[in-house]
Design a protein around this ligand. Structure first.
Ligand code: FES
Length: 285
């Protein structure tokens, strides 16, 4: 394990990748500039990141193709070829959603994500070659190529897992936030100005207060996407706050994510003013 982590550290330190990473990320950002596209690929409409769901499909199809190769041999040639083809089709949306997520990363995570994508790209090319070989009746060559492609996919998946589970890319940054059940005094009402977010703290949890159109709102101040400070964002559209880091938008009234890359809603807080002081508590309290 130590060796694998050392290898990952080395990949993260490959600054020679920065030029190609930044150019590629720029292309992806331009391609996903439209809100509808970004929301679709991020999983904002689903309330869950889309990429990990979509990756199950090609990985599953290709794993099953190799299993059929091993257990049924030439008798399963037709089924295995169908599975390889299905995996190729499923790889396209998986790659698109992954590219969209990756374009919002930086530094070592972006380099590691690039190598993860390159590994998956190589696996897809090898699986495509396998499909062609099978189509031409060269079953053994196709099976060998599928095995190679599956190995590349597993290696790339390891890097993807590291990005998510070790580095927290794609994990909601409010996941471990405990609800604050008691009304908590956080600010003087006079500290609030219309549409100017104010950062306060309730029992150690950062909260952003916003007075908008005469109503007072409170959301957690840590953006669920990657931890950006919502109190440094701006009020936009129909009562939403936009994160300054990657432009995710959340509805002030209930924290719903209305624009990606965030896919998880922002925790909402109840808010009241009593005797000139602002009090908040978690909306789940
Ligand atoms: S941290 Fe990425 S949109 Fe907020």
């Amino acid at each position: 394990m130590q060796k694998l982590h050392k290898l990952i550290d080395q990949i993260e330190g490959l600054t020679t990748l920065d030029d190609v990473c930044q150019k590629t990320a720029g292309w992806v950002m331009r391609a996903t500039r439209c809100d509808t596209v970004k929301n679709a690929l991020s999983g904002t409409w689903l309330g869950h990141a889309l990429h990990p769901i979509l990756t199950d499909l090609p990985i599953g199809a290709w794993a099953m193709a190799s299993l059929v190769d091993v257990t049924a041999g030439k008798d399963g040639a037709r089924a295995a070829r169908g599975l390889v083809g299905a995996g190729l089709l499923a790889a396209l949306p998986a790659a698109a959603s992954g590219a969209s997520d990756w374009s919002d990363t930086y530094g070592g995570s972006q380099r590691l994500g690039f190598v993860h994508a390159a590994g998956n790209g190589a696996a897809t090319v090898v699986q495509a070659a396998s499909w062609v070989a099978r189509r031409r009746g060269r079953h053994c060559t196709g099976a060998a190529l599928s095995g190679l492609g599956l190995g590349l996919t597993v290696g790339a998946a390891y890097l993807g897992g590291h990005l998510t589970l070790v580095q927290g890319i794609g994990v909601s940054h409010t996941a471990f936030q405990e609800p604050v059940t008691d009304w908590t005094d956080v600010a003087a009402a006079t500290a609030l100005s219309d549409d100017i977010p104010l950062r306060v703290t309730a029992d150690g949890v950062p909260v952003v207060l916003v007075r908008h159109d005469g109503d007072l709102y409170a959301l957690s101040a840590t953006c669920t996407h990657a931890g950006g400070p919502l109190d440094e964002g701006e009020i936009v559209g129909d009562g939403c706050i936009r994160c300054p880091w990657h432009g995710s938008e959340f509805r002030l009234a209930d924290g719903e994510a209305t624009r990606g890359p965030a896919s998880v809603d922002e925790p909402a807080w109840e808010v009241k003013v009593d005797d000139g002081r602002v009090y908040v508590r978690s909306a789940t309290a």
